[in-house]
Design a protein around this ligand. Sequence first.
Ligand SMILES: O=c1ccn([C@@H]2O[C@H](COP(=O)(O)O)[C@@H](O)[C@H]2O)c(=O)[nH]1
Length: 277
Amino acid sequence: MEPFGARLVRAMVERGPLCVGVDPHPSLLAAWGLTDSVDGLARFSDGVVAAVGDRVAVIKPQSAFFEKYGSRGIAILESTIRQCREAGALILLDVKRGDIGSTMQAYASAYLDPSSPLAVDAVTASPYLGVGSLAPLFATAVDHHAGVFVLALTSNPEGAGVQHARSADGRTVAQTVVDEISLLNAGATPLGSFGIVVGATIGRTGHELANVNGPMLAPGLGAQGGAPAGLREVFGDDLSAVLPSYSREVLGAGPDPGALRAAAERARDACAAVLRP
Ligand SMILES: O=c1ccn([C@@H]2O[C@H](COP(=O)(O)O)[C@@H](O)[C@H]2O)c(=O)[nH]1
């Protein structure tokens, strides 16, 4: 199997630069005429994957909305993962895990080892126990051709207070994260498998993202106020590795599959017009 970075580049060329999140908020379940229950969760997730799974590059289930229902919710997540795989979409599980190294190995086995029922193509991870503590996750990703997206400059307004703080050498905390991920991707072609998360909402922050040589997930589009037109301000001129991500804005078009597909296509085309002019 090809490394995750190469598979992602191909998926974005073939299907366009778009990640659709599966975030079954109670308000969305209600808008779709579903109950806030395991049954509602299953119908919602099935509906999203059936509508867009065969046409978007990446689907990003938000683990929290599945965990909320306990073991039955996790069983739905496993089923959603299987359906995404059958539809040909890459699966990025948004779990934002981060712990000491010995525990990280267990998370790595849970999400990136193909023998696990929760195995996906890539996960999100939090670097706040130190990027080095994620080493078992990185090693397992290499072993299984998977990817990891590490939080760097998040889309929420509270993030900057921590991420823009200066470390001893004068770099911001976020820049040290970005630089460590860049080292992991050095020399990889066509793109490394270690990504960063940079919110589409943050505007120009002065961070240097040009050397990442890995995918850059851009959440915060739509419901959080970010727009494709703002991506250049956030990421600079080289936008080739940016993966825009929408959840509520696209999901709100459901449950009609045609409307859901049309919303995803509108989002993809709006992003493509900026990323691949
Ligand atoms: O910086 C970050 C990192 C992750 N997220 C996640 O992305 C989606 C955004 O959902 P929308 O409905 O498109 O706002 C959600 O799962 C977040 O947990 C993020 O928003 N920002």
